[in-house]
Write a protein that binds this ligand. Structure first.
Ligand code: UDX
Length: 484
């Protein structure tokens, strides 16, 4: 009976294993979720990172110190299967996912199956939606699985609609008209054009590895015990109800960074900056922002994976300078393809105007930047984290999407939520100048008001009793109830 008691005791501890896709966006989101769970002392969290990501996090952030204050938290690492010097940008996503499937997933399986015999057996798995292998692992181990898809629900919904698009003959596209409407994404009829579908839908054939992956993902995610989304009801209510018809147990807990801020404030914990950056943040831009007038600066960043050609880079630069707007521009190392460091050779008019009105950094503390009073707009690649961070701070956007869900997000920002302008598939200095002026001057008040309204809804959702506040509460309660 002592043995039985011992087992009961061991089984009463909720223990979550979190495993993100090893990219900036997903790692950032999942670490925030991990921290939110750790604020509940009875919940134990093991965070599984790839060695590569872990090393970069340790080099660039205070993550180690930050998490040291949680005795209920621990990091574990697995190799990602790629050689150390292999780049891990947007065009490597396929390789990254293959590495995880081939090398990391067997170790994950071993970890999950062996963990039932350890001191604190795992009681719940939270993994990225693209990790289809996790469903089988969870089922075999008898541990509940929640998929956390850190991309936008509107984007994920178009992934799930890929079989319908194929069946209806809407993809691959027939003809070159990217403005033609598509009708096979339920709930998005009337405003989704071909060009607004995820970039992989432009592939000329259906055997593209990414198409096969998203079809598989769609089949798997609805079989999990639940789905976690970084969004809020007031933003994506109609898409969420489509999801609920397939998978009733949906937790909406976003914007996660706002939820994090609200929780720390309500527990009277210091509102420490929660950087999960994989690049070193250049804080000097905050001093520069302090010197700029209210709502006068356009923040320009294309996130962690997108790239632009050298020609596009110069179109951006001329467009920004010609608009006469102040700008803070993140030029991530490696984000301008085929450009050597000493190859910039900017014409004098560009470098002089930039000195007067611009600031360039290699990586910024983006959440803090967007919250700064001098920021009035955001030229973004429409990655989901960037979009939510901008929405929460009431910053209108110009969207220049690169791939995956970003095309869908930018259509929603421009056409559905009316929070900015969609510049997709265009990159010339005249258009850039025109759009910057439109956002920052001509329609400035209109956009700022609209963005403020949505920001209020975002903040309300994470405030006491709000939908995302309740979503997180329910998630925590359900994790406590999960027993193996
Ligand atoms: C990837 C996908 O490409 C995107 O479509 C998906 O929605 C999420 O994952 P990524 O390029 O990482 O996107 O963009 P995003 O989701 O916007 O995440 C970037 C993160 O890096 C944000 O949290 C942002 O705050 C941070 N960041 C970016 C910085 O901290 N500093 C910077 O200078 C730039």
């Amino acid at each position: 009976s002592i043995r039985v008691q011992e087992i009961k005791l061991r089984m009463s501890v909720p223990h979550v294993l979190i495993f993100p896709l090893p990219l900036q966006g997903p790692v950032n989101c999942m670490l925030k979720l991990a921290e939110l769970l750790c604020l509940n002392q009875d919940i134990h969290v093991t965070f599984l990172n790839t060695e590569h990501i872990q090393q970069r996090l340790l080099n660039c952030t205070d993550v180690q110190i930050r998490f040291e204050k949680y005795p209920n938290f621990k990091f574990l690492t697995v190799p990602d299967g790629l050689p150390e010097d292999n780049p891990r940008n947007g065009d490597q996503i396929r390789k990254i996912i293959e590495g995880i499937e081939e090398v990391s997933s067997p170790l994950f399986r071993e970890m999950v199956t062996c963990a039932s015999t350890t001191e604190k057996p795992l009681t719940c798995l939270i993994v990225d939606g693209i990790f289809t292998f996790a469903l089988d692992v969870a089922q075999q181990a008898g541990i509940p699985l929640l998929y956390f898809d850190t991309i936008s629900p509107c984007g994920l919904w178009t992934y799930l609609s890929v079989p319908k698009l194929i069946e209806a003959g809407e993809i691959p596209f027939k003809g070159n008209d990217l403005d033609a409407l598509v009708n096979s994404v339920p709930g998005m009829e009337g405003f989704m054009r071909r060009r607004d579908l995820p970039s992989f839908c432009r592939a000329p054939n259906l055997d593209s590895r990414i198409i096969q992956l998203v079809i598989k993902e769609g089949k798997h995610i609805v079989q999990a015990q639940g789905l976690i989304f970084n969004t809020f009801e007031a933003l994506e209510g109609s898409i969420l109800s489509q999801f609920r018809a397939l998978c009733p147990n949906i937790y909406t807990i976003g914007p996660l960074h706002s939820q994090m801020k609200a929780k720390l404030a309500s527990q009277c914990l210091p509102k420490t900056a929660t950087s999960n950056s994989l690049w070193k943040e250049d804080m000097s831009c905050m001093d520069w922002l302090d010197e700029q007038p209210n709502k006068s600066v356009l923040f320009v960043s294309i996130g962690s994976l997108a790239t632009m050609s050298k020609a596009q880079f110069f179109e951006f630069w001329y467009g920004l300078v010609n608009s006469k707007t102040r700008f803070l521009w993140v030029q991530r190392p490696g984000s301008i393809t085929s450009l050597e460091e000493d190859d910039i050779n900017a014409p004098r008019e560009l470098s002089e105007s930039t000195k007067e009105r611009g600031c360039i950094v290699s990586w910024a503390p983006q959440e803090e930047v967007l919250a700064h009073p001098s920021i009035g707009g955001f030229l973004t690649h429409s990655g989901w984290n960037s979009t939510l961070e901008s929405i929460a701070e009431g910053v209108p956007m110009i969207c220049w999407p690169y791939f995956v869900d970003q095309q869908v997000n930018s259509r929603h920002i421009g056409e559905v939520w009316k929070l900015g302008l969609d510049m997709k598939d265009v990159c010339d200095r005249v258009t850039i100048e025109r759009m910057v002026r439109e956002l920052m001057e001509v329609r400035k008040i209109e956009f700022l008001e609209r963005a403020k309204q949505m920001s209020n809804l975002a903040i309300a959702s994470v405030g006491e009793g709000g939908s995302s506040y309740q979503g997180l509460d329910r998630l925590i309660e359900d994790i406590r109830l999960m027993k193996i």
